[in-house]
Design a protein around this ligand. Structure first.
Ligand SMILES: [Zn+2]
Ligand SMILES: [Zn+2]
Length: 96
């Protein structure tokens, strides 16, 4: 089950469970669409993977399985991102 982290790790934008612009990597590193696709160019700074839109969770299911509320630090490891980007910039996600 996804944690549904509450905000972008790149800029701090709030990303509630019904946000249409939340994107996640396979480890659920969570960014807004602008940070994920423009700033990070679809390379996760923490693992080198790609991002996909985070599915919403219905309100009924949120009652049973609430989203995480603990804020995520706003931090991008620029050096790590640069290394991953250099390695994967020309490699489609399915071949990384
Ligand atoms: Zn952002
Ligand atoms: Zn990641």
């Amino acid at each position: 089950m996804l944690e549904l982290r509450p905000s972008c790790e790149g800029c701090g934008k709030l990303l509630p469970p019904n946000a249409s612009d939340a994107m996640i990597c396979t480890y659920e590193c969570t960014f807004c669409e602008v940070c994920a696709l423009t700033k990070l160019r679809n390379v996760c700074p923490n693992c080198g993977g790609n991002f996909a839109p985070r599915p919403i969770r219905t309100r009924a299911q949120l009652d049973r399985h609430p989203a995480r509320t603990q804020a995520q630090p706003v931090f991008i490891d620029e050096a790590a991102h640069a290394r991953f980007f250099e390695r994967y910039r020309d490699t489609p996600p399915g071949e990384r």
